[in-house]
Design a protein. Structure first.
Length: 317
């Protein structure tokens, strides 16, 4: 009986995933065009971005990572302060950026205050960011879905991988081990329990990778503009609850939301990751520019800083 029930649940999950895939496939061409437009806007405004290459030219100094061979230490540069530094060449700067767009059921939400669901915004930003980074010589991967690639058609490859994914995705990425030079970008509404968010970030950070956590929210989730008798339905199967006077819940909701965010921000701050909030009634280019400006700096602004126009102080010889 238990086996039959489990099989029925698997069939239902597969059916929902297939339906979601067909729905997403229908909107994907529009999302690809939008992401290319957003990426082009950002790329057009960049100046002096140096491309990672395969040459032997000096790139910059970076902090020595425990476990690396000691012969890589540049003792002359390290003698200037209390830290050990490695002299890094251009070919070492090209690394992997893992991008995780949350595709769980809660991301399909769209209120009347927004022009598009959270899922579409997360995908547009993920695609546009990938386009910008590949243009800069980086490799892009999706945890558990797409191996790192520097292909010029990275957006199409990401879209195909997502469309043909047969599984129902959870809010947070699967467990994987990014390299110490990798960066991780999480685009999610982060409505998972705080403990799960903490565990995911800590596991990814344990390898030495740097990361950026973005909470993508609908403006209604931010402002709670409800009043009167309202039924709230949890999109991931936790049931429904009815409020007789929804406006009386607003203060408690805002308090819980602030506590949830503060807990996540405290963990990202502790690990040297960045945290941002993006509302879907704001332009996608706004978030893309924010991420672009933060990427490559490392937890103490000493990491590989490939995309900034202003040279990092540590790059002086």
């Amino acid at each position: 009986m238990a086996d039959a029930l489990g099989e029925q649940q698997d069939i239902e999950v597969a059916r929902r995933a297939t339906g979601d895939a067909h729905s997403l496939a229908a909107t994907m061409p529009r999302l690809i065009l939008e992401s290319r437009r957003v990426a082009a806007t950002v790329i057009h405004g960049l100046h002096g971005r140096r491309r990672a290459g395969s040459g032997e030219n000096f790139w910059q100094y970076r902090r020595f990572i425990s476990g690396e061979p000691a012969h890589r230490i540049d003792w002359r540069r390290s003698a200037r302060d209390d830290h050990l530094y490695v002299r890094e060449q251009e070919w070492e700067a090209a690394h992997t950026v893992w991008i995780w767009p949350d595709r769980s059921p809660s991301m399909a939400f769209k209120s009347g205050l927004a022009a598009e669901p959270k899922l579409e915004r997360a995908l547009v930003v993920a695609f546009a960011l990938a386009e910008v980074l590949v243009e800069g010589g980086e490799r892009i991967g999706i945890p558990g879905l797409l191996r790192p690639t520097a292909s010029r058609n990275v957006i199409e490859r990401m879209a195909q991988a997502i469309i043909h994914d047969p599984f129902e995705r959870t809010s947070l990425p699967p467990t994987f081990s990014p390299s110490p030079l990798a960066e991780v970008v999480l685009l999610s509404d982060l409505w998972s329990p705080t403990a799960e968010v903490h565990a995911t970030i800590a596991q990814l950070s344990a390898t030495g990778a740097h990361g950026h956590v973005v909470q993508v929210v609908d403006p209604a989730e931010e402002t709670f503009p409800y009043s009167g008798r309202i039924e709230f339905i949890e999109p991931e199967g936790a049931g429904a609850i009815t409020a007789g006077r929804a406006e009386s819940w607003r203060a408690d909701y805002e308090l819980r939301l602030a506590r949830h965010r503060n807990d996540i921000r405290a963990e990202t701050d502790r690990l040297g990751w960045s945290f941002a909030i993006h509302r879907t009634d704001r332009p996608a280019s706004e978030l893309l520019l924010l991420l672009h400006g933060r990427m490559g700096a490392g937890p103490d602004a000493t990491g590989i800083n490939r995309w900034r126009a202003v040279a990092h102080p540590s790059r002086s010889a």
